[in-house]
Ligand binder design. Sequence first.
Ligand code: MGD
Ligand code: MGD
Ligand code: MO
Length: 750
Amino acid sequence: MTAEAGRQTKVTSSHWGAFEVDVEGDRIVATRPFAPDPHPSAIPAILPAAVHHSSRVRRPAIRRGWLERRARDGRGSDDFVELPWDEALDIAARELDRVRRTHGNGAIFGGSYGWGSAGRFHHAQSQVHRFLNASGGYVASFGSYSTGCAQAIMPHVFGGDFLKLLYEHQDGWPVICAHTETLVMFGGVNAKNAQVSMGGVSEHDTLDWFGKFADKGMYRVNIGPQRSDAPEGCDWLPLRPASDSALMLALAHVLEHEGLSDRDFLARCTTGFDRFRAYLMGESDGQPKSPDWAAPLCGVEPGAIRALARRMATTRTFITVAWSLQRGEHGEQPYWMSAVLAGMLGQIGLPGGGVGYGYGAIGGVGKSLKGLRGVTLSQGENPVKAMIPVARIGDMLRNPGQLYDFNGRRGPYPDIRLIYWAGGNPFHHHQDLNALHEAWAKPETIIVNEPWWTATAKRADIVFPATTPYEREDIGRTNLDDYLFHMPQLIPPVGEARDDYAIFAGLAERMGLGEVFTGGRSAAEWIAQLYQEYREMAAAEGVEVPDLEALKACNWVRLPIRTEGPNQTLFAPFREDPEAHPLQTPSGRIEIFSEVIAGFGYDDCPGHPVWLPPREWLGAATGAAPLHLVSPQPGDKLHSQLESALADVPGARPVILVIQSDDAAARGIETGDLLRVFNARGACRARARVTGAIRQGVVALPTGAWFGDPGGNLDPHGNPNVLTPDVGTSRLGQGCSAHTALVEVARLEE
Ligand SMILES: Nc1nc2c(c(=O)[nH]1)N[C@H]1C(S)=C(S)[C@@H](COP(=O)(O)OP(=O)(O)OC[C@H]3O[C@@H](n4cnc5c(=O)[nH]c(N)nc54)[C@H](O)[C@@H]3O)O[C@H]1N2
Ligand SMILES: Nc1nc2c(c(=O)[nH]1)N[C@H]1C(S)=C(S)[C@@H](COP(=O)(O)OP(=O)(O)OC[C@H]3O[C@@H](n4cnc5c(=O)[nH]c(N)nc54)[C@H](O)[C@@H]3O)O[C@H]1N2
Ligand SMILES: [Mo]
């Protein structure tokens, strides 16, 4: 720590990277970049205003209608009664006990999705899960909004755990830099998204890698609706959203038609190509999936498709697929098809060849590090086995007991009486928020731990004020980064905020489970214990880390786990000898046709990849909703976090909507105009940015704004989820379909 004239400076870590924090007395007054970071994120600049903002939850609060008569209506409109901690904890503990004794723990939903904060002990989701496990369990959720659909489909194709493949085995940037000649990026590689990474990214280096690729003369092409999805200097094929699988099929058709498929690789390393081929060439349905067929669907000229296919077949080609492609209805298809296309090119297992997922989606993907796990808190065992695909929460609340399909299983939605949320903001992140608002009236009780009065906190019955990471001590360390941080407590808790750990310890004690939850340890003792376990694990891997006191003194260290040279190629041993190193699929090979999936009998996800248009896309545009809305992640923030500070910046809200020049001209819209963005599900305000860098017919409205106005009138801040549909990607993946939406846009008079 440096101290001058009452001001202290320390480094802390966050999902958007490390940064220096200046503290005066009990206030954070400024933030500055972390010296080793070549491209620091600007997000910390809004942090001081957000941490001390008037929208902080200052005291425990209970919704009046619930407190007085256990009313379920009024969520989002009732006022709140502030109570002393002891009283509020007593009430919440009694209610948790009532629900688990009357209805069983299977009536408690603790899926509690969201990113919370970066520190590893005070990780809100781990804390709420540990607490609920200690008290008999909860209905959990599978997967994430980020990659839920891929997590379901890809194990059928490549075997194993998709997240392990993604984070531990994919080619690093150094391998790609050394070997790749052609980089084909579906959905781009977005440096704005690589700003963040779960648990932190200390050196933002994506743009530097692209500089090296350009210097090497690597051909880089971004395929998708927005030019800005890839760094400057890349070619751009403007694609209609949701049509990637049609384009990939056409690329595959060219390979097969022109004799460019790698027959040897297909025979040795894949299964089911012949059955897929009959579909590809039109033998099974009379429709060859040729460039002429695909062009009107995807909006790319047949000549451009042929030229790209030939280039891919004749150079070392790496295909990257953004997570956004599977965050839309039928998102299984482009993901599976990308693996088939890479299989036909036959470069899977060669350095810098094949296919990879989520480069640029978060900063950790592509980092070339020796595997060394992060610091994690054990969540214990969940005795309740019921779980839902994470993005099906709306359906679950609306349809208790209803049967639904998910990845070959069929079962009923649980009947939820109590929801506990900590570290997430469903009234930011879920689709069709007006419908969620209705469904949210069903449970008897909703408890939320939150630092800020988010739209979710405002819709809870009991709100506990949580500290932010700057108000507590923690350790920052993730396996996707090579830095280790002691995150000191910088300021006292704002208002009466308590750490999630203290909140759950208070509840557990009242429920007679204090010792089970806390293990008899204080937060500081837990941190010391977890850190000691981490040190021992690291030492066993040959990595020396300082003891806790030494780490406190130096604040952070860089771990010697970076592998500077090309070291890792996905599926190299498998390619070398598929018999000796089989994949964990039923056939041991890459499954181009899956008997397992075919056996599910799903018409929305058959036995091999196919072209399946979503219900809303430009091919189904209507007069009432002619534009395809994509809702990417915000460049200036992480999701809905720190929103209060941005909402106060003049001109920052409502959110900017990107619209193509001709589409804007047709509606008399100019940059800066206030807009109404609407469809049958809802409407929000936005401010126009007119550009040529988005495909005609597509508009982009980032996520991030807090949902304001229930009832489908006009969300003032511009949350796109008043417009998006709440449908699963398919019966297989049941992922989030946020990028599937048609809308209309009109000028609003100011
Ligand atoms: N700054 C910042 N970075 C973030 C986050 C944040 O909140 N802020 N959030 C993080 C999280 S949680 C995640 S999961 C990742 C998400 O990472 P991604 O899923 O890769 O990111 P998105 O921003 O959703 O989408 C990227 C682009 O995909 C394009 N796109 C949309 N639909 C299609 C399609 O059908 N085909 C093609 N080819 N392109 C399409 C859009 O133009 C969009 O700009 O980002 C992470 N990074
Ligand atoms: N339309 C559309 N919607 C999307 C997406 C999209 O691409 N398009 N992307 C989806 C994706 S991939 C994601 S990951 C989600 C993002 O999902 P969100 O849930 O919106 O994510 P965050 O805003 O990070 O939520 C974290 C919440 O935890 C709170 N918090 C922070 N630290 C703490 C803490 O220590 N304790 C407690 N108790 N609370 C804390 C923050 O204030 C914030 O309210 O959005 C999804 N929604
Ligand atoms: Mo995400």
